[in-house]
Write a protein of this length. Sequence first.
Length: 224
Amino acid sequence: MKKEVNGYYHIKYTGQQYPAREMISRSKEFYEYMDKRRSVREIDQKSVPKEIIENVIKTAATAPSGAHKQPWTFCAIADPVLKKKIREAAEKEEYESYNGRMSERWLNDLKPMATNWEKPFLEESPWLIVVCKRVYEMDENEKANNYYVNESVGIACGMLITAIHNAGLATLTHTPSPMNFLTKLLGRPENERAFLLLPVGYPKADALVPELSRKNLEEMAVFY
Ligand code: IYR
């Protein structure tokens, strides 16, 4: 079934539907599965098939985006030489951040996560995914800004993290600041900015994560 609207074809929506009881159990099971996701900072060197990385990137790119401009580029890095360069450049920035650029309050807030300027996972992870946002496209030599770029790319990153967890792999959101060294090292074009860096791999066998609790429904949801 096809219908023309504004001169563009619309096709039948084919999303799966379920009876209410099944929706309740599916949504609960999915919540419980996602509640096991944690930011893992100890990632094993064991290699991960490229096909999994391709699949999680394709999943992320199913995200909605402003005017369907899909304003993202996913840079997947397995090359050890490039990973080493990224680690060195990131640690240089992080060292400055942890030793002067971040406030006392910020450093104190990070104490439960036990983070510091050292980022071994940038070299040890079999894959790094650098998500870049495309701020504008070139339209007949004119800059054409994309719409809701941060929202669109942020949603895609959430779906990427979900897909990585679903595959049984571990990741963390790493945001070295400033991040412009990444676009340079990756040779990205002028219209792209690094948005988020995700190391991806198996968790180390003895990986630890901080003992944190999540807000309960009453604390974070309001029903009207
Ligand atoms: N970008 C730094 C610092 C950092 C900031 C926040 I907010 C975190 O939740 C975690 C770390 C780093 O990656 O270590």
